[in-house]
Write a protein that binds this ligand. Sequence first.
Ligand code: PHE
Length: 495
Amino acid sequence: MQQRDRWPSKTLFIFAAVGSAVGLGNVWRFPYLVGKYGGGAFLLPYLIALFVVGFPLIIMEFALGQKMQKGAVGAMKKVDRRLSGIGLGSVLSSFAVSAYYAVITGWCLMYIYYSLNLAWGEDTKGFFFNKVLNVSSTVGQIEGFSAAAVFALFISWVIVYFSIWKGVNSVSAVVQITMPLPIILLFALLARTLFLPGAMDGIAFFLTPDFSALFDVEVWMSAVTQIFFTLSLGFGVMITYASYQDKNNDIVKSALITSLADVGIALTAGFVVFTTLGYMAHTSDQTIEELAASGPALAFVVFPKALSLIPGSVILSVIFFIMLITLAIDSLFSLTEAVATLFEDHFTQVNKKMIVFFVCLVGFLGGLVFTTTAGIYYLDITDHFITHYGLVLMGLLQAISVGWIYGAEKMRHYINSVSEIKIGKTWDWLIKYVIPLCLILFLGQTFIKNIITVYGGYPNWSVLAFGWGLVILMLATSIGYSYFQSLPSESKKDR
Ligand code: PHE
């Protein structure tokens, strides 16, 4: 049997895991969810979800990959052939997310160009909606494509193609510089925005907990989905990455470093965004609540504003958006690679470059719809449905598979045998009972809600096409695959 590839060092594995985790989810998605759910109301469920769901699950995904020495599909198959569809479902979710993730990466690219003369001016919100996206007034009205966004999307995929094509080694070298730099810049921005008039009001909005939100299932569900998104859980990516580790590597420590780095950066981004919002509210007639409710556009309204307030804004803006891209690109290509690996494993005789090219091409074509003038609405719908019924559902099924079929205790013994910090029986409980129960409850409630009222008040057809349609397609493929896999009689159980 061929020797499986290995990370050049343990540190590089952590770099790659942190690189995948830290991305647009931290600087784009997290702040907008905090804004959407009214600030501190979101923060508490988010942190609880991190400890109760995120941390145990990232340990589980690392352990699954490292123990089975296989990517998502292969690892689930080793637990039981009939479970391979769960792995496939994760990979399909990766593909759907990569389609719109690349579009947002494209927006960042466009902002490098706009940075050159701070083209956004005073009204960063108007600029983003009217000039950058040229958003149409209704969801059903597609008034063509935004040519700049299509071009930027194309460039994003070209970058991804060449990142993967040139091999992981050259990329590792780049990531060592491009991963820490945006973080330093984020802190530099914070040092400025913290002292703006109104900044404290923004912080109060961000941090003041609202205990009544704890009774709102929607807030909980959004917190959980954000944890999945930000820690790259339920995508199969962490399983795949860990499968390139030696079987005796420390799991708990890697999980701890990855999740703490990830949350730390999300919180820092949150501080930058909300101090700036405090300032924007101070200098305009809008309240922080109103400004914060910008949805997926929030980062593109707020960061340009913050950037134009610091000395040397042109050069720093250019650097900032380049950094944002480097943050996004390593996440994006880890998503793409998860998809490409699937085909590579199946079609071993086909050239790897061809496969990567094909996946990038389909990703580009699939993303085009999000560059239309109504694209931001479709993006919001797809993001909601794929994160809820893709990631969380697959995460739930994984937890049940490991907890009940493989055996949580057996997995914990393995984890403890290789890790310096030991995990206790609580982990078994979380994987077997707490996480499945919570996820079933939240998913069930959200499902009922999404059936009764159309998500986001969008027209029915759009939610059917970009939400339910995709989910049904994904589930049908996964179930079909599981069925197909369970057919052969020779069961190779080498667990
Ligand atoms: N975790 C990434 C982010 O927060 C998104 C992502 C998920 C990237 C899965 C790769 C794989 O932006």
